[in-house]
Every structure is written in C-alpha cells, then in structure tokens.
Write a new protein. Sequence first.
Length: 327
Amino acid sequence: MVKFFRSGNPLTVLLLLIYTLLVKFYYLIHPSSFLVDGNEGLLYGLFVKWMEMAFGKSPFLFTSLAVLILLLQALLVTKIVNHQRLFARPTYLPAMSYMLFTSLYEGWNIFSPALLVNLVMLWVFSSITLLYTRTSARDVVFNIGFALGVCGLFYFPATIFCLLLWLSLLIMRPFRLAEWIIALLGLICPIYLLGTYLFLTDQWVLFAKIPRIGLEIPFISHYKVWGAMAISLFFFILGWLLLQRTLKKMLIQGRKIWSVLIVYVFIAMMVPFFNVHFSPAYWVLAILPLSLFVANAYWSIVNNTVANVIHILTLAYVIIMQYFSKN
C-alpha cells in the first residue's frame, strides 16, 4: 500500500478516502461530541454554540466534521510539501501518514480547538516557507502574526507559536528587528480588535475568557497516550535520521524548511503544557508537522516489502487499540 501513496498520481486521493474510512471507522461508529475542557478560547465557544443551534448536538455530526477537517488538512499539507519539493517527486505519503498517526489516539479525532488551530497553522507554515525568497517580508510576517493571534482566540496557548515565527525568521532570513516587532504587532492585533468590539458593545465581561493559560506538568497514566506518543516519537527520530542522507543534496531553501519543521514539532509538543487543564488531545498540534517526518521515513525505505511491513504493524496497532483494548 505504501507504494501507491508514494506516487503523486491525483487518483491516489480516491485511495486516501478509502484509507481514511478504514482508520477512522471506529471513531465514526463510536462518535464523541466536541471537546470542552476549560482550555478553549472565546471564538471556539461561540462557534460551537452556533453549530449547536444550527445543526444540533449530534456526536456523529461533530465527529464526521472532525474527520473531514483531518482529511482536508492531510490534503493541504501534501500540497504544500509537493509545491516546495521537500521530496524528490510528488507524493501522497504525508497525507497517509497524517491520517494514520492521528488515528493512534482517540482524542486526536474529536472536534476540538486544536483541529481549528491546525487549519490556520497550515497557512502559517505555507507562508513561512516563502520567507527565504522574499526581499521584504514585513507584510508576510504581519499576516503570520495576525493568523497566530486568531489562533489564540480559539485556543490561547497557541499564541506560543509566535516562538515558531521568530525562530523561523532566524532560520530563513537575516536578523531584522523591525520584522520581529511587526510580528508581535500582528499577534496582538486580533485580540485588540476583539477587545475593542466587546468594549463598544458592552460585552467586556467576555474578554476575561480570552487569556486562558496556565502551566501544568501532568502525570500521564493512560497506556494509550503513552503508546501513541512512543510510536510518534520513534517515527519522528527515524524520519529525522533518514533525512540526513538526502539533506545535503537539497536546495538551501529545502534544508531551511526542514529545520523549521523540527522547531515546529518541538514547540507544538510544548504548547499543551500551558493549558489550564492538561489534555493529550492537544498534542494533535504536533502530529501535523511530525507526519512529514513519518512520510520521510516511509519515503526513504526503498524496499517496498520492508516499508509495507512497518506500515502494516503500525496499522495493526491502530486497529487493536481501537477495537480490542479497554478504554
């Protein structure tokens, strides 16, 4: 099966749809409602209330929407990867990897603020890849900062991704203090605009719901969380090690983008620790960039038999955890 996803044939999208139904079927027949755990931002709460009024409280509806969002993200990240030529040829391995690894843990398939943030982060990552070729990047930097500010209104700890923007500027461009300041202004702008609107409409009490952030070092006891994280980290390290074989042959821009992705993974892994109440469901933020290293692991294993065996073992773990394990 890895052989088919290795191809860049557009018809592979049909296979991806079937694959999505395979790895997400359990979550569709055992749907969960949207995630509300005290970490959500103001805009997420308002959006969920609107969804409830418009379409009802059906768990199947929210789970189906979550799966569709994951599929859309898989296709978008594949489009970005192929456009930037991070692999030697166009491939759908990033999409396959993302759908497979988000199936490792049930919390990564629930409609949550993190899923909406990931949609915006795809645009942010796509914009970051353009920084290297821009003579002046002030408009791009402001737009990225603004997008991160919007993310903060859905899930406030996502504002920590401003570190990703600043570190990306160090990696992709010469240091210019003005660009760093503009990025900060862009980050603040959505919160300022929303605060102004709430003040003028006499809804200032809602502003207190925006800065939901804390610091919690959790004790994780659930074996499914440990299993999902262990497999994800193993493939991340494997993908990074295999990347070293081809990194020197890449264009400078490609090498810099992969460096940004490494930073992206580490920051995304740290973000959930700044929740008011820790939840491993927010680690789906890290699975998005991590899936590219998983894709590189499958891409670099040229022996199709070995690649298929590794894929089947991972898929078998997913199925066993879904159907044959205790919650």
